[in-house]
Design a binder for this molecule. Structure first.
Ligand code: NAX
Length: 327
């Protein structure tokens, strides 16, 4: 049987953590033949550590055959020791009256410390996914704080936006989600993201031609996908958790095990693709194989797409500029 791999999860006692850990332990992320050791990080706060112990009790009570070990940590330097995968979910939410700049700075400090810890103690091949918001900028900060690790190992979660877009297209066309290919989301995980179905197909047919309604694209589809997070908060009184955890599973599974030729969206450091400045943590269409992602290159742009990509890029560069002095 396979040797266990180490999976670190931060914010492990939070609501996404609660929807995520059981699925990792059951083998949904890395395969039903891959034992895992969970290295769980929470803030030192007594209540958080106690809640984490409670989650671990429940994980024990599942008697998962693949769960080869489990640890609770309050310091990233121990939590990330030798870790092969790191899901950085925990971050500071915006408090009442907190300015965006303040939020960026508080989270900047968290992701600098975590990037440094990964740099110091994680496996040299660690695959990092940042979920905690602002996800792209936090991932960029962690990457910049880990100069000894390959840049390409740092990613941000755009997969929830990708999955939301898939569902909207399925509903509009009346076709199953699984039949939709070549969809992607460009940019920042924020309402400025650009979900793009220009290249999408269903059973070889163009989705754009099937829908044939540019007004729907601009006035219904894009705002619905962009504001979906807010709509969930409005309906549930809490932010997306199970769907976010599901997207994290999808992202890591495809990255580790391959996407079988299908396009998926990942936030990754740009190598200059599509004129996105190098290192910007940007959502791109990728195909995953053999533990690596590869950007889908050479897609044509039109004026509307260029405009939308410029907007989300500007937002990201502004965020980056606001934290640059920290890294
Ligand atoms: P919760 O507030 O339920 O849980 C967060 C947990 O993280 C808390 O238990 C907290 O103690 C812990 N934490 C805070 N700072 C930490 C640190 N420095 N080290 C370790 N743990 C720390 O939030 P939850 O609903 O689980 O959401 C987590 C994050 O995901 C938030 O930042 C949220 O905005 C973000 N999201 C990102 C999404 C994406 O698509 N990228 C979508 C869903 C979600 O909104």
């Amino acid at each position: 049987s396979k040797k266990p791999v180490r999976v670190a999860v931060t914010g492990a006692a939070g609501q996404i953590g609660y929807a995520l850990l059981f699925r990792i332990a059951s083998g949904e992320m890395l395969g039903k033949d891959q034992p895992v050791i969970l290295q769980l990080l929470e803030i030192p706060d007594e209540k958080a550590q106690k809640a984490l112990k409670g989650v671990m009790m429940e994980l024990e009570d599942c008697a998962f055959p693949l769960l080869a070990g489990m640890e609770a940590h309050s310091d990233p330097m121990t939590a990330f020791k030798d870790t092969d995968y790191a899901l950085l979910v925990g971050s500071r939410p915006r408090g009442p009256g907190m300015e965006r700049a303040e939020l960026l700075a508080v989270n900047g400090a968290i992701f600098i410390a975590q990037g440094k810890a990964l740099n110091a103690v994680a496996s040299r091949n660690v695959k990092v996914l940042v979920v905690g918001n602002p996800a792209n900028t936090n991932a960029w900060i962690a990457m910049k704080s880990a100069p000894d690790l390959p840049r390409k190992n740092f990613t941000a979660m755009l997969r929830l936006d990708h999955n939301r877009a898939l569902s909207q297209i399925a509903a509009k066309t009346g076709k199953p989600v699984s039949s939709i290919e070549k969809l992607c989301v460009w940019g920042n995980h924020s309402p400025t993201m650009y979900a793009d179905y220009r290249f999408a197909t269903i059973e070889g047919q163009s989705v754009k031609e099937m829908i044939n309604d540019e007004t729907w694209n601009r006035e219904v589809f894009l705002p619905t996908v962009g504001k979906r997070g807010a709509a969930i908060i409005e309906a549930r009184g809490l932010s997306s958790a199970a769907s976010a955890a599901n997207a994290a599973i999808d992202h890591m599974r495809d990255w580790a095990l391959g996407s079988n030729g299908r396009w998926v969206t990942m936030g990754i450091p740009s190598d200059g693709w599509y004129d996105i400045p190098k290192d910007t943590m940007f959502g791109f269409p990728v195909v995953c194989e053999g533990g690596e992602y590869k950007v889908v290159e050479g897609l044509p742009m039109d004026d509307f797409s260029r405009e939308r990509i410029a907007i989300t890029l500007k937002e990201l560069l502004d965020e980056q500029a606001a934290v640059k002095h920290l890294v």
